[in-house]
Design a binder for this molecule. Structure first.
Ligand SMILES: [Zn+2]
Length: 510
């Protein structure tokens, strides 16, 4: 059985979801829906990261307990993902008892294998980011190089993970698996980072300073560093580890029964190092398999600011959902950003991508269905003839190839090209002329049957990006649901009754 376990990062629960979170999540959702379309069994994980100093401080500022803030934000993220039609199977929260149990069992496993030691740390610390910095990094001004806040001098006991022991093995893994980190520019960045000696990783914070975290199983006065806690969520949700296993029983269940290892971790490029260095070395030390692939995507840049001003405050494409619908926004995000690179948002580019949906795909659906209603009383005719079969087959192959290579934008372009070709087919066949001549009834049947077939395939191809509209289109075609790629190849449509619906991609001013 083909199984895929896909993850987004768990998002830090101090602020509301924004475009960056939304893009990662829509991208992962599109891949998850694609794999389901190809017949795979899919597990799609997302969630919220709820421990750490920032949570403790943000909650205090709002007069809330940390768990109250976490409850609010988890609801806010879940609601945002419902709005964007995200088909996650599991929403994990790091404050769940199951996850806390798994973090403790994971750390216990490292501890019993001698992978963690204690030492005194003395140096500079940024409270905001829970990060240690060296003398040189903070400079004479004693300022955090990342957030520019003043750092504190601390001298405290700390637990360290022997990350440096795994440097060579990690480099070897990356070199042996050229597609492990996608795209290649990000892979090269990590290899560059690994040219410098890797330090051991501090994995604890003293409770005297920070109490909102997972208590270490081997020292009740310390909590786990929030990043280590967060990364382990991928294992928790896989079911690999039984938290009740106890210290002598590492508690790992039969790997065959779990979803581990993940097929793909998706994230923004800003958190690639934690996923491509900290996480795999922690897994190596725990004796667990590594995720099969890591995709680090780029950032949305807010285009030409002058332009944005002239059209009002609409600089956030998520706000365009009201006018263009969820699928219009999803389509834009997937189609316009080359997967892995940065892209720039402008209202003009958004409009151009939406026009493509409306004028190419929407127009094809509307004219084909109208003609079946007009010329054949709404019944899709049975007809011989190859129609667009060659184009359909080559598009299915191209989309599969692009999606499997994580080039989602190329897959979208290929699917749209098929709709464009089908519009050309209508113009060439001139069904309105065929309809006027009774001796050409068979030709007309062939034209209409071919159009119904290509539309059916298009529902399958576009479903990952625009699920709501493709479900509506399938229903207009008389289908119970959107077919998988395999079903779309051989589905029999003759005799189905189509129904005209509202336009799939209406003009916002209509
Ligand atoms: Zn900082």
């Amino acid at each position: 059985m083909n199984r895929r376990y896909l993850t987004t990062p768990i998002y830090y629960a101090t602020g509301d979801p924004h475009l960056g979170h939304a893009y990662t999540t829509v991208l992962t959702d599109t891949l998850a829906r694609y794999y389901r379309q190809t017949g795979a069994e899919v597990r799609f994980l997302t969630g919220t990261d709820e421990h750490g100093q920032k949570m403790q401080e943000t909650a205090a500022k709002k007069g809330l307990a940390p768990i109250e803030l976490a409850d609010q934000m988890a609801k806010s993220f879940e609601a945002a993902w419902k709005d964007l039609n995200i088909s996650f199977d599991r929403f994990i929260r790091t404050t769940e008892p199951e996850h806390i149990g798994v973090v403790r069992a994971f750390l216990e496993r490292l501890w019993s294998k001698g992978q963690i030691y204690d030492d005194v740390y003395s140096g500079w610390y940024c409270v905001q980011e829970e990060r240690y910095w060296t003398e040189r990094e903070v400079g004479a001004d004693r300022i955090c190089p990342d957030c520019k806040r003043p750092v504190e001098f601390v001298e405290e006991k700390n637990y360290f993970f022997r990350m440096s022991d795994y440097q060579e093995r990690l480099i070897q893994h990356i070199e042996d698996h050229p597609d492990w980190i996608v795209p290649v520019t990000r892979r090269n960045e990590i290899l560059g980072f690994l040219k410098k000696p890797l330090q051991d990783l501090s994995i604890s914070r003293p409770k005297s300073r920070l109490s909102w975290g997972v208590t270490l199983p081997f020292d009740p006065d310390h909590v786990c560093y929030v990043w280590v806690d967060a990364l382990i969520n991928y294992v928790t949700a896989s079911g690999l580890l039984d938290p009740d296993g106890g210290p002598d029983q590492p508690g790992f269940t039969d790997p065959g029964n779990s979803w581990w290892p993940a097929s793909l971790h998706v994230m923004g490029k800003d958190i690639l190092t934690t996923h491509a260095v900290y996480w795999p070395t922690l897994l190596m030390a725990a004796g667990l398999p590594l995720p099969k692939q890591i995709l680090a995507h780029g950032w949305w840049v807010m285009g030409d600011q002058k332009m944005a001003k002239s059209v009002g405050n609409v600089v956030d494409p998520l706000a365009l959902r009201e006018d263009y619908g969820t699928d219009g926004v999803r389509w834009y995000l997937l189609r316009d950003m080359p997967t892995g690179s940065d892209a720039s948002y402008t209202p003009q580019r958004f409009q151009a991508r939406y026009d493509e949906l409306a004028n190419v795909l929407g127009n094809l659906a509307s004219r084909a269905i109208s003609m079946i209603v007009k010329y054949r009383d709404g019944i899709i005719p049975e007809a011989a003839g190859a129609g667009l079969d060659v184009e359909i087959e080559s598009t299915l192959s191209a989309v599969t190839e692009h999606m499997d290579a994580l080039r989602v934008h190329d897959a979208m372009a290929a699917a749209m090209d098929l709709a464009r070709t089908a519009n050309g087919y209508v113009d060439r066949r001139e069904p309105w002329a065929q309809a006027k001549d009774p001796s050409r009834a068979e030709d007309l049947d062939e034209t209409l049957a071919s159009l119904a077939r290509v539309l059916t395939v298009l529902t399958a191809l576009f479903l990952p990006a625009t699920p709501e509209k493709m479900t509506a289109l399938a229903s207009q075609l008389g289908l119970k649901s959107v077919p998988t790629f395999e079903e779309a190849r051989s589905i029999s449509l003759g005799g189905l009754r189509v129904e005209k619906g509202t336009p799939l991609f209406p003009r916002p001013d209509q």
